[in-house]
Design a protein around this ligand. Structure first.
Ligand code: OGA
Ligand code: MN
Length: 206
């Protein structure tokens, strides 16, 4: 199947509902290599407590993960290959949904057991709006629903309609950043992901 063909369920779901959930875009070996990289960075002290725009005291209760930003110049093979897949997806979305996605920013995230990320939006409707689409690739081999840790996506503003997506290895979730409130529920084991955002071009530089 052509590259665009591999992405066509994502294109369809994004255009119909504004979010998509897919599996198997990266091999198991590849996902395992990314998980190993996240753990190595964490063990070597290469991750930092994640922050939000809010005060730190508030922040720690809102968000309990540690992150390591990924560099587009990374020389690590699993990162290069994953970013190449994201780039092919970005170009397909630009072509087929007439989007204007310019680049991706991404980080590895490690949630210790019990950590959450409270209900939030990745992009507010006011202010500079670079984040167009959120992407989350999960790196957790053997995750079961009893482990908790779902991404809860609120499908409408009244929050009456919601779906829980479990962070199983190789699953990729995309959603419109300014449209869906979401949260990460607590889990009983460490939870790894690679999270990114497709962004528009900045008005103020590269
Ligand atoms: C985020 C986020 C969701 C997840 O990092 O902004 O919402 O499932 N992550 O890890
Ligand atoms: Mn988020």
């Amino acid at each position: 199947m052509s590259q665009a063909g591999v992405f066509s369920p994502i294109v369809n779901d994004l255009s119909l509902r504004g979010y998509s959930v897919s599996e198997g875009l990266l091999t198991k070996t590849h996902v395992a290599a990314l998980a190993k990289l996240a753990l190595t960075r964490h063990e070597e002290g290469g991750t930092a407590q994640a922050r939000t725009g809010k005060a730190r005291s508030e922040n720690e209760s809102l968000r309990g993960d540690s992150i390591a930003w990924l560099d587009a110049d990374s020389r690590e093979a699993p990162v290069i290959d994953c970013l190449a897949m994201f780039d092919a997806l970005r170009l397909t979305l630009n072509e087929q949904l007439y989007m204007n996605l310019h680049d991706v920013e991404s980080h590895l995230a490690i949630y210790p057991p019990g950590a959450v990320y409270g209900k939030h939006l990745d992009q507010f409707a006011t202010g500079p709006q670079r984040r167009q689409l959120s992407l989350v690739l999960y790196l957790n081999e053997g995750w079961v629903s009893a482990n908790g840790g779902a991404l809860r996506l609120y499908l409408d503003e009244s929050a009456s309609d919601q779906i829980d997506i479990y962070p199983t290895s190789g699953r990729l979730v995309l959603f419109v950043s300014s449209r869906f409130w979401h949260e990460v529920l607590p889990s009983n084991r460490q939870r790894l992901s690679l999270t990114g955002w497709f962004r528009n071009r900045s008005l103020f530089g590269p």
